[in-house]
Design a protein around this ligand. Structure first.
Ligand code: CP
Length: 364
């Protein structure tokens, strides 16, 4: 018998134990939390993503990439809707030559007959080499990882969004995008980031905040409704890691007082699907004015302020922002594919070969 689920989960709160539980041979094996990545690992992932992106521009590079994971099979188990994450994971796998399968309606699987997470993922590990999963339950990917860590044939598990808690691969693509945007401005260190929305229920915003702790003294200004303000666990973690943190009830006063000092604004939608009555009718969807990046605020921020959103959006980031010089939302989407390809390469150990090849051809 291996460890219990409670022991596994408790171990994830301690840095060294977390590394033991989630890594194999110094590589991520279970990808569940932003906190599991060190600064060096983040930088290395970003460099691999850039190497893949540049190799992919050439026929020879594409051919090389597609040979790397030939015969590798990836199960994408998505129990919640997704456009970007599911498709970018599959496109990333394609780039490296892996085969993918998508189950997006888990009522078609034996979960519908009451099969446990443990039995389901052990079964899938008989046919696949890795599982990518999104689930409404905060613990699903964690539980799948624990079950496989106790199994005779463990395979990697990558969370593609865990309930309201974390969306680790979104935060990796967000940091990759920020790093690119700040390449000529000293990188992500010391940057002043505004994160708007329903922080308590927004896994992308939460994961980004956790990942920012890996950089030198950033500041985060959360702007959120009181009912969905960042939780104490997140705030304590940020402060412990010397992130300057403030929580504000509305966006306009923040931008009026310090808009020109803001380096990036990360806008997120109101997570109304978690409301007790479920997703409201289309006419009732969206954020209230305090949490909308109104068009008129353009004059309050610098032209080089980076404007981000994990998407999908409702009303909180008007299309009028798309011609702002710092608008990088569509770059984020595309970067999702590159960083997820880099993650597959990192998990499987193909990353060193990729970087070596890109370096040999002068691409990095
Ligand atoms: N950003 C994101 O997670 O989008 P999807 O829900 O479309 O995957």
């Amino acid at each position: 018998m291996g460890i219990t689920y409670e022991e596994f989960k408790a171990g994830l709160n301690k840095r060294e134990r977390r590394r033991e539980l989630l890594s194999r041979d110094g590589r991520p094996f279970f990808v569940l939390l932003s906190q599991q990545f060190s600064r060096t690992e983040i930088e290395s992932l970003c460099d691999t993503a850039t190497a893949i992106r540049r190799l992919d521009r050439h026929v020879g590079g594409r051919h090389f990439l597609r040979g790397l994971l030939h015969g590798y099979r990836i199960m994408n188990l998505f129990a919640q809707p997704s456009t970007r994450t599911a498709e970018s994971f599959m496109a990333a796998a394609d780039k490296l030559g892996a085969t993918t399968r998508l189950v997006s309606d888990i009522r078609t699987s034996s979960f519908a007959k009451g099969e446990s997470v443990e039995d389901s993922v052990r079964t899938l590990s008989s046919f696949f080499d890795a599982i990518v999963t999104r689930h409404g339950d905060d613990d699903f990917a964690m539980r799948a990882s624990w079950a496989l860590s106790n199994a005779g044939r463990p395979i990697p598990v990558i969370s593609a969004g865990s309930g309201k808690s974390q969306h680790v691969t979104q935060s990796l693509l967000d940091i990759y995008t920020l790093r690119y945007s700040f390449a000529e401005r000293g990188g992500v260190d010391g940057k002043n980031v505004v994160i708007i929305g329903d922080i308590a229920r927004n896994r992308a915003a939460r994961s980004l905040a956790y990942l920012l702790t890996r950089f030198e003294k950033p500041s985060i200004h959360f702007v959120s409704p009181a009912a969905f303000a960042p939780d104490d666990t997140l705030l304590r973690y940020l402060r412990k890691h010397e992130v300057g943190v403030d929580v504000h009830p509305a966006l306009e006063p923040v931008l009026k007082t310090m808009g020109k000092d803001v380096d990036a604004i990360y806008v997120t939608r109101s997570q109304q699907e978690w409301d007790p009555g479920g997703m409201p009718d289309a006419t009732e969807r969206g954020s209230s004015r305090e949490f909308v990046l109104e068009t008129e605020y353009r004059s309050l921020v610098r032209p080089d302020c980076v404007i981000m959103h994990p998407l999908p959006r409702v009303n909180e980031l008007p299309e009028s922002w798309e011609d702002h010089p710092g608008f990088v939302v569509w770059r984020q989407v595309r970067n999702g594919m590159w960083i997820r390809a880099a993650l597959f390469a990192n998990v499987t150990g193909a990353d060193a070969e990729i970087r070596h090849r890109a370096s040999r051809f002068g691409l990095v």
